[in-house]
Design a protein around this ligand. Structure first.
Ligand code: GUN
Length: 285
């Protein structure tokens, strides 16, 4: 039976560390601020944004919410980003994705100052992740790495399989595992022999977006299984990409959904916002 990796507990530890540093900065007269921009009425985005604001409050970070209507134009959003780029209270800018279809998300991301890009989505920051020299951690993958590290299992030399190749999760996840000397395979919708490849993974990261996609026959005995999925099953219950009940019996370690990767993404965002404030105040040691 797998050990459950407690993302809530580990994220609370990360946030406590951030809160202590934010408090120390405040003593020096430096405040830390995050602008959170949400466009439209996507209910999942509203939940994520509320959780991000709550985490800011818990860490002593000032959050500034900009909730814009569904019909906002690209020009209007670009104007807001330009204003936030020049606002000294704002150390980090987060535009919750997806944005409504009349807005090109590539253009929006490109407009964010790289120094305030706490999602690490801009081209330059993505490039830095590729070469392993970066200030801003990719939020979800870095959270997954913290969860893997919490097991005590070393990535070095291990077979690591990432299912999913998105810019937000799959690709940067593969890079972080590679920086730790994992032997990394990225699987996607065109991959042949998916079951066979996954079943050789010592560390398996699922970022597919399909409930119950990873079944027990795809998992190696004793593997570390990290579930990035956030789906609703037929009964409307929140669940990940992994068939938890079956895989739990075979894996060595497994993350639950909810309470696994989700809280870690937000904890990393808090860490990045603190880093942004340090960089902007010439305090990065
Ligand atoms: N939408 C889903 N995940 C994310 C994320 O990590 N950052 C932003 N900005 N939007 C998202």
């Amino acid at each position: 039976m797998a050990q459950i990796i407690d993302g809530k507990k580990i994220s609370a530890e990360v946030k406590a560390g951030v809160a202590a540093e934010v408090a120390a900065l405040k003593e020096k007269g430096v405040s830390v601020g995050l602008a959170v921009v949400i466009v439209g009425n996507n209910p999942a985005s509203r939940v994520y944004v509320n959780n991000k604001k709550k985490a800011c409050a818990a860490c002593g970070i000032d959050s500034y919410e900009y909730a814009l209507p569904e019909e906002t134009t690209e020009e209007e959003l670009l104007r807001l980003i330009d204003q936030l780029n020049h606002d000294s209270k704002v150390n980090g800018i987060l535009v919750q994705l997806p944005v409504p279809k009349q807005i090109d998300d590539h253009k929006i991301i490109a407009a964010i100052s790289p120094l305030k890009d706490v999602d690490a989505f801009t081209e330059g920051n993505v490039g830095k992740i590729m070469i392993g020299e970066y200030n801003f951690l990719p939020c979800t993958p870095a959270g997954c790495m913290d969860l893997i590290d919490s097991t005590g299992v070393s990535v070095d030399g291990k077979n690591c399989v990432v299912i999913g190749r998105s810019n937000i999760v799959g690709k940067p996840m593969a890079m972080l595992l590679l920086h730790r000397n994992g032997t990394v395979t990225i699987c996607h919708s065109h991959t042949k022999n998916l079951r066979e490849i996954c079943s050789q993974a010592d560390i398996l990261v699922a970022a597919v977006g399909k409930a119950g996609f990873v079944t027990a026959d795809m998992v190696k005995e004793g593997a570390v299984v990290i579930d990035v999925g956030m789906n609703r099953n037929a009964e409307g219950k929140l669940c990940g990409d992994v068939d938890f009940e079956a895989v739990e019996k075979k894996a060595g370690y497994i993350t639950p959904v909810p309470g696994g990767v989700g809280p870690m993404t937000i904890a990393t965002l808090m860490r990045n916002t603190l880093t942004a404030a340090k960089v902007q105040n010439d305090l990065l040691g």
